[in-house]
Design a protein. Sequence first.
Length: 151
Amino acid sequence: RVLEERVVHRIGDSRGRPVDVRLVASTNRDLKQEVAAGRFRRDLYYRIGAVSIIVPPLRERGEDVLLLTEHFNRQIATASGEEPLDFSHEALDALLAYRWPGNVRELKNLIGRLHVLAQGRGVELHDLPEEITAASTEPGTRSGSETATSL
């Protein structure tokens, strides 16, 4: 009701107070399917669905892996007073080939983990977790124009 009327009624108060509200919500579910299945209220779907922005998963945005790796690497280095890590081409290629089931959070956590565990400032292929290095050797992984450039 607040979203539609832009008025809040306090408990025990007879008059409403106008509010200026903008709601930002995110989900990993298809809300149209949830409405059709009766698991999400149709009226709420139309109230909050004024503008929808679809963000594909990280595995579908190859070059974003490199940009986000660089961003998190610098962010974590700055916060800890260290120099950023230097990723080898092989390590970056492995990051590009990986499917990222945990999406951006998984990538950020990996970069944080590498900062803690790195011996020296370089990150080589053998420094990455096995599930990531295994993906880089599977057939059908990325190559060619999406090959990593040095960060």
